[in-house]
Design a protein around this ligand. Structure first.
Ligand code: AMP
Ligand code: ZN
Ligand code: ZN
Length: 324
């Protein structure tokens, strides 16, 4: 990926190392970094991600995607007029979680960002592997449910305006196409838009500034800027046959029509201008957080794993660890 292309950079006289097919550009490493950051800033502008927000909580896992977005935002926080705080959830998955935590703390301190680490075992008395053993739910869906609840409640209790995640275009498109094939409620789809508006007291807004970025672009940016990210894979990760075939199909189309994925991502964002506030929200009878049926996903889960709903406990614990 960083072998010389034997042509000059489109923007300067240096040798080019990176070819951007959809933009017909050949770039040197320095200009690639600049190009990438500008594209993220344009995405932020296009979707008005920080239009009415000041206090931004970035969910940082230790993977290349969230470290990349943390780096870009930390460089441009003054221009964007935002304050940045990191949030890391330690899931207690052995060495994988230990390394993730180390990397996140290191990254945040190097970029002058205060990081709040929450440990799942402090919140729920169990690590993720222990919870997996107590339910029949697939680990990834369990983990997703917990992360959604914790990020939302942490941001609500701590008074943030928006939660930023490192979701990127490749993953989002696979998810969206898969849901189109399998059939899905529109409100579920709203979860992976560039911006999901908040609902006072229930949902904190979500922003996904890497919505239009290819995974290879993020990988290259993190490599060229020397980001030390997690190399260990989550032991629960598995190959989903449908998703990997959709990814392959999209990649093939994109190689024949450069930029196809970006066009598709933009169309989907336009089409699904879904206002989450129109979704019927019933406060959970145990913790007050949003639910569709009167009991939220976390309380439902913990009724099984703990024999009692834990939402309120989690909310109180997060409230008491409010960062200064
Ligand atoms: P994933 O669902 O693992 O693909 O992660 C999507 C995004 O969620 C990441 O880019 C992060 O922004 C965030 N995230 C995932 N895991 C964690 C974690 N343990 N702590 C904080 N943020 C996370
Ligand atoms: Zn150049
Ligand atoms: Zn609840």
């Amino acid at each position: 990926m960083t072998t010389p292309l034997r042509v000059k950079c489109t923007k300067c006289l240096r040798e080019a190392f990176v070819r951007i097919p959809y933009a017909k550009l050949n770039l040197c490493n320095e200009h690639y970094i600049e190009y990438f950051e500008k594209r993220v800033l344009k995405t932020i502008e296009r979707y008005g991600l920080f239009k009415s927000t000041k206090r931004v909580l970035v969910a940082v896992s230790g993977g290349k995607d969230s470290l990349t977005i943390l780096r870009v935002l930390s460089r441009y926080r003054d221009v964007l007029e935002i304050t940045l705080t990191g949030l890391h959830l330690d899931l207690g998955v052995g060495v994988y979680s230990e390394k993730s935590r180390e990397i996140v703390l290191d990254m945040c301190s190097n970029h002058g960002v205060v990081c709040n680490t929450i440990s799942l075992s402090d919140l729920l008395s169990y690590t993720l592997p222990e919870l997996v053993r107590r339910t029949s739910r697939p680990p990834c869906s369990l983990c997703g449910l917990i992360k959604r609840y914790v990020f939302n409640v942490a941001a609500l209790e701590w008074g943030f305006d928006v939660v930023v995640t490192g979701h990127h275009m490749d993953d989002i498109l696979v998810f969206r196409v898969k849901e189109m094939l399998m059939g899905q409620r529109e409100s579920e789809v709203a979860k992976l838009l560039p911006f999901t508006p908040g609902v006072t007291g229930f949902y904190i807004a979500r922003a996904r500034p890497l919505y239009e970025m290819y995974e290879w672009e993020i990988e290259l940016y993190s490599k060229l800027t020397g980001l030390k990210h997690l190399e260990v894979q989550c032991p629960f990760k598995y190959r989903d046959v449908i998703s990997s075939n959709i990814a392959e199909m999209l990649m093939k189309i994109d190689s024949e029509i450069p930029g196809f994925k970006i066009t598709l991502a933009r169309r989907l964002a336009k089409k699904a201008r879904w206002d989450i506030s129109t979704e019927k929200i019933t406060p959970c009878q145990y913790c007050g957080m949003p639910s569709s049926s009167g009991i939220c996903a976390l309380c439902k889960l913990t009724l099984k794993t703990h024999g009692k709903p834990m939402g309120l406990t989690v909310r109180e614990k997060l409230r008491s660890t409010r960062p200064i």
